[in-house]
Ligand binder design. Structure first.
Ligand code: EPU
Length: 449
């Protein structure tokens, strides 16, 4: 639990390291190499610890030195169900080990997946593609067992929806499958392009064509890579939104304009100000509230190059301070507005609808999912006791508590926020946030004596 005394503008600088949603996949890619890989700008977050554990049980030697990760996969070996299952329910990354483990060992076991509870999050695209590559998939009570008795062969495959994870699954499997793979309707998020750069360094042949078509020519062997992870554009946008909601000014060192163009357009439309410093080492983007009223906007989330679904929650908090009616239509996940009930308890005026409001009809329309939000602002937020439901919503609760008047207690920070935000408490303190941890029970007793 974190105690937050709100009402103080956040002012100062934070450093954003490599993207959680690239680093974890880059670690999986290292499994495909016959020699060691080096990954730089690795953030100290729990998802990295989880994948480290998964690699280690498969015989990969993983060492972290500062923010550089060394991974030696030369002695990859099968792991027992029990040691793999220690990582069940902790993240969504285990599903991506299928292809690499099938190539290296001929079989794989995948535990039940975890990750944020923001919708059904099926893995049907993953398993369907793996079967077409030639994998035999058997579900059991303890997880999913896979084998490839006849090896893996290139496929022509079209995704029903440009899923990030399923695109990565196909990439990580196709690079060493026999023959050529053509993936249609692929996701092309910057983290996926960075993963493709890594695989290319390892020796893969991957062509990104127009219209979301990716062609992969399978090769017999891949070697290790050396790579600097692209910066975390979700974390950068979270700090930007925190600056806006608290009427502050935050320089996000490491943030890159090219990957954040859509967010920057939204930030400016709302009335936020930013300035890009493109120095390759010390550069970043400064975000601030210019002191004039924020403007309402109609937005919808989408796959890249649209507005990221992970930017939605911090933007909604900032929109509670805009002068008028804003709309947010969530088209990626069916259930990503659960966190707004806590914001309502803080005084925000947010209503949810199952219609596709203000934009294009999406998969969730007419299916009774509350996936559009109307935000009427500006609202004076007041302190509350908040329970964090997931990673991104959790950070938006922190932002709301910092923008609110009074003292809030936010529960669940260690369970959720540490999964994806490096050193967030130190960063908040550095920006002048008034936060504290409750004294441990033993200290409280001692002070009563
Ligand atoms: N989908 C299916 N079937 C599948 C796979 C996906 O129907 O087999 C659907 C999902 O249910 C969802 C949509 O496709 O409605 C998009 O899901 P996607 O596969 O793109 O998401 P993901 O790969 O599971 C990654 C990030 C998420 C991020 C999404 C969208 C990681 C570890 N997670 O998830 O990040 O929101 O892409 O950009 O990369 C986060 O960082 O907090 C986070 C949730």
């Amino acid at each position: 639990m974190l105690i937050i005394h709100g009402g103080t503008p956040l002012e100062g600088e934070v450093l954003v390291r490599g993207a959680k949603n690239l680093v974890s996949k880059a670690m999986v890619a290292a499994l495909l190499g016959t020699s060691p890989s080096v990954l730089r700008s690795v953030p100290a977050i729990r998802d990295v610890e989880v994948v480290t554990g998964l690699l280690r049980v498969h015989g990969v030697d993983v060492e972290l030195d500062g923010d550089t990760l060394y991974m030696d996969p030369t002695s990859v070996e099968s792991a027992g169900v029990e040691e793999i299952n220690v990582h069940a329910g902790t993240s969504r990354i285990p599903i991506l080990l299928c292809g690499p483990l099938l190539h290296r060992l001929g079989r794989a076991f995948i535990p039940d997946l975890g990750g944020c509870n923001i919708g059904g999050r099926p893995i049907d695209f993953h398993l369907d593609a793996l079967r077409k590559f030639g994998a035999v998939v058997e579900k059991s009570a303890d997880g999913t067992h896979l084998s490839a008795p006849n090896g893996l062969h290139g496929i022509r495959y079209e995704l029903e929806y440009p899923s990030v994870g399923a695109t990565e699954q196909v990439l990580l499997t196709a690079v060493m499958a026999k023959g050529t793979t053509e993936l249609r309707n692929a996701a092309i998020e910057p983290e996926i392009i960075d993963l493709i750069c890594i695989l290319q360094k390892m020796g893969a042949i991957i062509k990104v064509h127009t219209n979301r078509v990716i062609e992969i020519v399978g090769v017999d062997e891949l070697k290790g890579y050396s790579h600097r992870a692209l910066p975390d554009r979700i974390e950068a946008a979270s700090w930007a939104s925190a600056a806006l909601a608290t009427q502050g000014s935050v320089f996000v060192r490491g943030a890159q304009q090219a990957d954040m163009m859509t967010f920057l357009n939204v930030f400016r439309s709302i009335g936020g100000a930013y300035e890009v410093d493109d120095d390759p080492v010390e550069g970043g983007i400064r975000f601030w509230h210019p002191g004039t009223p924020l403007k309402p906007v109609a937005l919808e989330t989408d796959v890249h190059p649209g507005l990221m679904t992970d930017w939605q929650q911090p933007i909604v908090v900032a929109l509670t301070q805009a002068d008028g009616l804003s709309i947010m239509h969530e088209t990626v996940y069916e259930n990503r507005f659960g966190y707004t009930s806590e914001l309502r308890r803080m005084g925000a005026n947010i209503e949810l609808y199952s219609d596709c409001l203000g934009g294009t009809p999406c998969r969730w329309g007419r299916r009774n999912f509350l996936h559009s939000a109307v935000i009427a602002g500006p609202s004076k937020l007041h302190a509350a006791d908040l329970q964090i439901p997931d990673l991104r919503a959790g950070f938006s609760h922190l932002i709301a508590a910092m923008a609110a008047e009074g003292t809030s207690r936010v529960y669940g920070v260690d369970r959720y926020i540490t999964r994806g935000y490096e050193n967030f408490e130190a960063k908040l303190l550095g920006l002048g946030a008034k936060i504290e941890r409750p004294a441990p029970a033993s200290a409280q007793l001692a002070s009563r004596d």
